[in-house]
Design a protein around this ligand. Sequence first.
Ligand SMILES: [Zn+2]
Length: 399
Amino acid sequence: MPDTLTSSVSDVVELTRALVRCESVTPAEGGALQLLERTLGTLGFRCERMDFTQAGTDDVANLYARIGQGPHEGGKHFCFAGHSDVVPVGDLSSWTIGPFSAELSAGYLFGRGAADMKGAIAAFTEACARFLAKRGGDFGGAISLLITGDEEGPAINGTVKMLKRLADRGETIDACIVGEPTSSRRFGDMMKIGRRGSMTVDLVVRGIQGHVAYPERLDNAVHRLSAIIEALVREPIDKGSTHFQPTSLQFTTVDVGNKATNIAPGTARARFNTRFNDLWTSKTLLAHLQERIERATAAVGGNGTIEYKVEVSGESFYTPPGPLSELVAGAVRDVVGVECELSTTGGTSDARFICSYCPVLEFGLVGETMHKVDEKSAVADLKALARVYETVLDRYFAA
Ligand SMILES: [Zn+2]
């Protein structure tokens, strides 16, 4: 492999910068996948675009790149899963540095996606370049990158469909790392071996509208809703499980929209999101919450109705500690001398889809600035992450 290749095209810092300059806010491809396709192609990967469409959703571009033994030749298959899309910049005027200019300043690389998670994609690419330079393309197994452009959005035309396509043609994965920014305070201090599920519920509470001066003729929907909120938030839902923190429930909005001072509203709306642990499925949790709601509204009296709109964005997932988590923790220890905590905190990720195919965990950069203005990653962390991924590959495919 020519020196210029490892030192420039797949250099973690330069590749992260080039990726950040691609404005790939979901669902825009922004040139990010094309850039990866070129870079990985140069390293010898067979690149395959897996673009999906579905009525009612945006078309999404995805990239599957694989090197090593073919799908049916045996040998272990290690997959890196990531997303090239980023969340919107938010309030542009609050950024001190252009979100897509990928500037280096005071030891940091700034820009949307620097942490979540273009930096990790670039780090894995550099790790592959180094690994292949040592071992060549015939190392007795396969390495792939499964990169979706639809992680920060509805996640319909991305990882789910890519995994299904691989499974349909008999392509199996033996282990997978998702490059989400899991480190908490310092690089390497945390990986995620599970995540809580997420469910959003919209409530429409109906009573009877009426003149405030005649309470006997009305059924105030706000009073009914307040009883419901109280019933859902007063008592904890559970105390947590061995590997998970307690299930949380947060109301995100309450809407009545009543401008009159003399009308008691007949309808009130509210929405809550719950992040639930492995003691529940979305189904059992919803049944439990509905039971609480029914008890509370029965106590209020009246005969108003409640409508539910439920959206489950992911069930919880959990990969028990084992060879994969030990492999990553060992690599982190040896590269940066940090003990990596096995955690299940935080939001959902595409690992929730991958867990039904193979052992999966998430490990990446410090996530402190993800989704915020002035998103950044330390240049030293980017380099360390590339070394950790490289060590993982070295040991996974130990000759
Ligand atoms: Zn992410």
